[in-house]
Design a protein around this ligand. Sequence first.
Ligand code: ADP
Ligand code: ADP
Length: 226
Amino acid sequence: MLIFQNVEIRYKSGNVAVSNINFKVDKGEFVYIVGPSGAGKSSLLKAVFKEVEPKKGEIFLFNRNITRLKRREIPHLRRQVGVVFQDFRLLEEKNVYDNIAFALRVIGASRKEIKTKVLDVLKIVGLEGKGKRYPNQISGGEQQRVALARALVNKPEIIVCDEPTGNLDPTTSDEIMDILNKINLRGTTIVMATHAKDIVDKYRNRVIAVQDGSIVRDDAQGGYSD
Ligand code: ADP
Ligand code: ADP
């Protein structure tokens, strides 16, 4: 599903974010990327949806080398990867329904198809009936559910989450984790960067620990720090 081979990412400043990164994620896995702030977690995720380009090494996704895609190939790739951020990144001037429908309208889906798909994902994230609300009319947890619904609506095989519970209280974080687990049980691969120790220790999954730009641990059913 996803393979990193000797990946190095550096920024224009010359900053090496990660180097010599090797790992493989199989279809259906749930993987946490853990580590302190600045370790390189976000950079790894950004390389998956092509927001950064590796300086060295290769990345394969869906059996395809995505290391050197042409610019015009990137939108197609991004539609196959659901992405969720810590700060939700919803369009404030659009309601919940339209935030989710947006990605489908871009690809020219019919109005009927959009409606079916949007209502379907609203149900999966437990937001039936909230389509007409605006982001500033719902809670942070609900906003993150909308972001999850938006990530899911194209039925991606993989979802990449960068600190999805970072802005949420523990109860709300548990609700988001319940949805992610449900999605994962349906077969969707999940790669989630987090430094939420309580969550990693509570919902045991594979843990890849990153420190100073290197993988220091890769445990099948690890905890946050052991
Ligand atoms: P994490 O997600 O674990 O906090 P990041 O991947 O964001 O780590 O950062 C890894 C390293 O890359 C850090 O040293 C950070 O300062 C640096 N970095 C991240 N983004 C940029 C950027 N846009 N420009 C320059 N350096 C960056
Ligand atoms: P458009 O005219 O943009 O294609 P629709 O005719 O599907 O959109 O719907 C008009 C608006 O009504 C949408 O932009 C959306 O805000 C809202 N809407 C439509 N269907 C639903 C629904 N089932 N639940 C919540 N809101 C909906």
